[in-house]
Design a protein around this ligand. Structure first.
Ligand code: TYM
Length: 337
């Protein structure tokens, strides 16, 4: 077990588009809350970001990567408690991916829903997009990870990681890869688009549709506009089990951000018209993001500090990843260097 008695946690966010409230409540908020309990490792998965190369502008990519790292800190990830690093700084991720590529059945990759939806019918998608789950499995398995805190959309990738680890352990007994469990938050695991509650809030959709998402760095005016124009319905149901998808999404967000229980929320908003719920959600959202934005602003003037944290993080990450990779190489029969 990692770090004495503590179990190990690993997770990451891709530096693509703008981080939104779904990324926060689905993932980063729970990361911040478990740092004392677990040995926590949080990675900016920049190698994953290039699986859609058309979305990469080399001039902006570097800034985007550092923005995500700074947002981790701003959201309360404490470098004194957690390891924070950039995936591309630890070359073991790429080598592990090659070994696992050779052990992962192609059929498993073709079945991934995220690949199917991102690739669509486009035949010129990069091979990396198909291979995305293997790189993610490498991220997780390199650290002998016990728990992976993510939103609901990542469940299938974690199932894939578990199946692959079991397969490798069966083929090469000495590999002893640790089988990870997903850690999905009870509320906020699947935040839907504000403009269309039938689709998940996503960074890529937010690029082209104003009002789709609430960005972590949005101004109070932008937050207000997005929430006040969010899709609802013509009913008057502010009850969790009866609301339509748009209202349910607002109730879910209010539940996570206010910290109130469902009965109290229903008592406050049911039968009141949706304007009251929206206004209250605007308030709790602005209040939740204000301190994050203030810390983020402080960090923009502290690039050297951020650079030091990422260097130290990569060093510690390598000290864990390298022995795991060596274990797998050895189990497969490679000659030690
Ligand atoms: P990414 O960058 O798409 O999303 C980062 C995290 O945010 C969660 N999330 C959401 N949660 C609730 N509602 C939403 N609408 C929403 N949208 C996104 C995601 O579930 C995720 O937890 N494949 C991962 C990155 C990754 C990773 C890893 C994660 C690479 N390697 C290893 C864990 C462990 C991804 O695409 O995240």
């Amino acid at each position: 077990m990692a770090d004495g008695q503590k179990q190990r946690v690993f997770s990451g966010v891709q530096p693509t588009g703008k981080l939104h409230i779904g990324n926060y409540v689905g993932a980063i908020k729970q990361w911040a809350g478990i740092q004392d309990q677990y040995d926590t490792i949080f990675c900016v998965v920049d190698l994953h970001a290039v699986t859609i190369p058309e979305a990469i502008d080399p001039k902006q990519f570097r800034a985007k990567i550092l923005e995500v790292a700074a947002l981790y800190l701003a959201c309360g990830i404490d470098p004194a408690k957690s390891t924070i690093f950039l995936q591309s700084h630890v070359p073991e991720h790429s080598e592990m991916t090659w070994l696992l590529n050779c052990l992962a059945p192609l059929g498993w990759l073709y079945r991934m829903t995220q690949f199917k939806s991102k690739a669509g019918t486009n035949e010129s998608v990069g091979t990396g997009l198909l291979d995305y789950p293997v790189l993610m499995a490498s991220d997780i398995l390199l650290y002998d990870t016990n728990k992976v805190p993510v939103g609901e959309d990542q469940k299938q990738h974690i199932e894939f990681t578990r199946d692959l680890a079991q397969r490798v352990n069966t083929m090469f007994a000495g590999a002893k890869l640790v089988i990870p469990d997903p850690m999905i938050p009870p509320a906020g695991a699947r935040v839907m688009g504000l403009d269309d509650a039938t689709a998940k809030m996503s960074k890529s959709t937010a690029e082209t549709r104003k009002g789709h998402a609430i960005g972590l760095l949005d101004t109070p005016a932008q937050i207000k506009k997005a929430i006040m124009s969010a899709q609802t319905d013509s009913e008057n149901e502010a009850r969790f089990d009866h609301a339509g998808p748009g209202v349910r999404n607002l109730l879910d967000l209010y539940e996570v951000l206010s910290g109130q229980d469902r009965a109290a929320i229903e008592a406050e908003f049911h039968g009141q018209g949706y304007g009251k719920l929206k206004k209250a959600l605007v308030e709790v959202t602005i209040a939740a993001l204000e301190p994050i934005q203030a810390r983020y602003q402080e960090l923009t003037g502290a690039q050297d500090y951020l650079g030091d944290i990422l260097r130290q993080g990569a060093e510690r990450a390598r000290s864990i990843a390298a022995p795991t990779l060596a274990r797998l190489r050895d189990a497969m029969g490679f000659v030690a260097p």
